[in-house]
Write a protein that binds this ligand. Sequence first.
Ligand code: 13P
Ligand code: SF4
Length: 337
Amino acid sequence: MSTQTLAYTDEVAAQTAPLFEKLSKQYKREHWETIAPYIYEINRLKREKNAVILAHNYMTPDVFFGVGDIVGDSLMLARKAAETDADIIVQCGVHFMAETAKMLCPEKKILIPDMKASCSLSESMNAEDLRGLKAKHPGIPVVTYVNTSAEVKAETDVCCTSSNALTIVNALGAQGHDTVIMAPDMYLAQNVAAQTDVKIIYWEGSCIVHERFTPQDIIDARKTYGEDLVVLAHPECPPNVMAEADYAGSTAQMDDYIKNKQPRMAMLMTECSMSDNIAANNPNVEMIGTCQMCPHMKRITLPKILEALRTEQPEVIIDPEISARARVAVERMLEMS
Ligand code: 13P
Ligand code: SF4
C-alpha cells in the first residue's frame, strides 16, 4: 500500500477518537484527519511484525502518544530495549539511542526512521578524540554521556545519562577515584562538578538546543508570570541557567516532577515537544514558552516511521567488536544506577 493513499475511514476515526480528544489543543480536526491514518496503519503493522516503538520525550505528540509503546528519557529507553521480547525495535529518537538499543539487543532488528537524526553532542567527539584525551590523563576513569557514538562508548569505562551522571561520578569517587574524565558535554560535566568533590576533566562539546537558553529567559519569565511559575531545566543547559531554575533533571525527571507536584504554571528549559507532551498529560498545569527545537529529533515523523516499518529499513548495524566493547560501558551504567 502506498503511504499516499492512506484514508481517514470510519474505522480510523473511531480508533483514534480518544487520542484526538486528548490532543485537541495540539491538532485541528483537518490536520488530525491527515495524521490519524498513519497512526492507525503504524499500530496495525507493529502488531503484524511483532515490533515495538521506543519514543523519546522529545517526539512530537502524534508520535509520542499515537505510536510510542515505551516512552521516556534515554536511560528508560535503554533499560526497556534490553527487556523487550519484540523482534523489531523502531527507535523514535536519535541515532545514538538506536545504537544503544542495538548494543543491548544485538539479535534484534533495530530501525531508525531517519539515519540523519544525529546529535550535536555525539558529533562533537570521535574515538580518536577520546583516545587523545585519555593519553593526556592516563589512568583516569572515563565517563561518557550516552549521547556518543558506539566507537566512543567502546573507549569508555562507564556511560551515564543526565539522570544518573552524578550517581555514577560519586560511585567512582567512592571507589577511590578523585578525578574522572567526563565527555562530551561540558555543561553536564560542569553541572555535575558543582555537586561533587570528585574533580572532573571535561571535553568542550555542547547541545545546540540547550546552549541557547540564557538566565535572562528565566528572569524575564518570572517578571511576567510571578511566583506561581516553576522553572525546570535540563542539565545540558549552561550552569548560569541552572542557577536560575527551581529544579534540574533529565527529561523523565522533569516529567515526574510536573506529574507529582502539579504546579499552576511551569516553564521547561528544554526541547519544545516535551512541553506539548506534558501539557497533554497535565491539563491543569499551564505550560509557558520558552522552548528550543532539536532539528535532529524533528526528523522523525509518522510517514518515515511507517516507511521504516514497511521496508524494515534503515537498519542500525554496529561492528560486532565495537558493539561488544561499548556494551560493557552501557551495562556498567545500568548496574551502577
Ligand atoms: P534525557 O536522557 O534527559 O532524555 O536527554 C537526552 C537528550 O538528548 C536531551 O537533549
Ligand atoms: Fe542531541 Fe541536544 Fe538534540 Fe538532545 S536536544 S538529541 S543533546 S542535539
